[in-house]
Design a binder for this molecule. Structure first.
Ligand SMILES: NC(=O)c1ccc[n+]([C@@H]2O[C@H](COP(=O)([O-])OP(=O)(O)OC[C@H]3O[C@@H](n4cnc5c(N)ncnc54)[C@H](OP(=O)(O)O)[C@@H]3O)[C@@H](O)[C@H]2O)c1
Length: 230
């Protein structure tokens, strides 16, 4: 019997990251899910799927040492999919003259710099023909955004740029590299006015990751596999 594939979901305590872990385990994958604090819902999921979920605790993506610890814990493992989901939104209605510098810097650190650093530090445990996905956003499209969540959107554009550069440094890359836009979803970050439920987004996100498996190169896509303009 073929071995179950393995996915690592980074930032799986709640919201879309938790839903990713739940969707993959339902599809009979081995799931390694990271949290930085506690997550009752992930603990409850593990109690239902004991053999198929491992929880890696204390993983703070903005802390290089924490990511190094995660890499050490993964020694000897091979990931079919690495999905970096962790992200934050601050000062969403503000612009540079009204937001705090701290909020902008925190978003740049957590949403752009840290995911790509984590990918660089963990890439050697991803199968050479595996998939590396990062949760981007429709708002990260410079071409399409005409003034919505300005600072957060900028951090997602920066994430997209860093992934483009990541690929540029790896001309022999055989992995599928995906910047995935999940739609505007009702989570703590998305808020109650968001257009879609988690169930209307995440199964499609997982479908899209599966569909792109083995397609080398970098794509910025939505949950319907439509290519988004940079
Ligand atoms: N919801 C939307 O409409 C939407 C749309 C487009 C893109 N996205 C993106 O989708 C991803 C998930 O968003 P969400 O809506 O599920 O947000 P959420 O409900 O606020 O959840 C954010 C998740 O990221 C984790 N996280 C945040 N900062 C972290 C850090 N420094 N280190 C480790 N984990 C960290 C959180 O962990 P804690 O529980 O420890 O805080 C939590 O698990 C984000 O990248 C977001 O930008 C969301």
């Amino acid at each position: 019997m073929a071995e179950k594939p393995t996915v690592l979901v980074v930032g799986a305590s709640r919201g879309l990251g938790f839903a990713l872990a739940e969707e993959y385990v339902r599809r009979d994958w081995n799931v390694i899910a990271t949290v930085r604090g506690s997550s009752t819902q992930l603990d409850e999921l593990k109690s239902r799927y004991r053999d198929n979920i491992e929880i890696e605790r204390g993983i703070e993506v903005a802390d290089a040492q924490s990511v190094r610890t995660l890499r050490e814990r993964l020694s000897g493992r091979t990931l079919d999919v690495l999905f970096v989901n962790a992200g934050i939104a601050r000062s969403i209605e503000k612009t540079p003259s009204t937001a705090t510098e701290r909020d902008f810097l925190d978003m740049m650190l957590v949403n752009a710099f840290s995911p790509v650093r984590l990918i660089e530090m963990l890439e050697d445990v991803v199968a050479v023909d595996g998939t590396i996905a990062v949760m981007s956003s429709e708002l990260g499209s410079i071409a399409n955004n005409n003034g919505f969540w300005d600072l957060y959107s900028s951090s997602k554009s920066a994430l997209n740029m860093l992934m483009k550069c990541y690929l540029g440094h790896r001309p022999d890359n055989r992995r599928a590299l995906l910047l995935v836009a999940p739609g505007w979803v009702r989570t703590e970050m998305g808020g109650t006015d968001a257009m879609f439920s988690v169930d209307e987004s995440i199964p499609l996100v997982v479908d899209v990751v599966t569909r792109n498996q083995g397609k080398m190169g970098l794509r910025f896509i939505d949950r319907f596999d439509e290519v988004l303009p940079w």
